[in-house]
Design a protein around this ligand. Structure first.
Ligand SMILES: [Zn+2]
Length: 85
């Protein structure tokens, strides 16, 4: 028996950015020698239709969702930290 890959390895679905299990071979897609895994067939189809759209999201020029969220938070709070209680 050959062991292909470590089934505990996790990948990120480039469409919805969810963690996905590499064990689901029905939901993988190979693009430019890299293999991507998806949480669902709908995500895989969206990626297959336009891979560059999702891969370009990783451009360092653009802030991630979290960075934009923090920016907005800073604006609405005037830079003060929120009280959590
Ligand atoms: Zn997904």
């Amino acid at each position: 028996m050959e062991k292909e890959t470590d089934s505990s390895e996790m990948f990120i679905d480039p469409v919805c950015l969810m963690k996905v299990d590499s064990g689901n071979k029905n939901l993988m897609f190979t693009h430019q020698t890299r293999t991507y895994y998806f949480c669902a067939e709908s995500c895989r189809k969206r990626f297959a239709g336009n891979p560059d759209k999702y891969l370009s999201n990783k451009s360092p020029k653009r802030k991630g969702l979290w960075g934009r969220y923090l920016d907005r938070l800073n604006k609405t709070t005037g830079g003060k930290s929120l009280n959590c209680h």
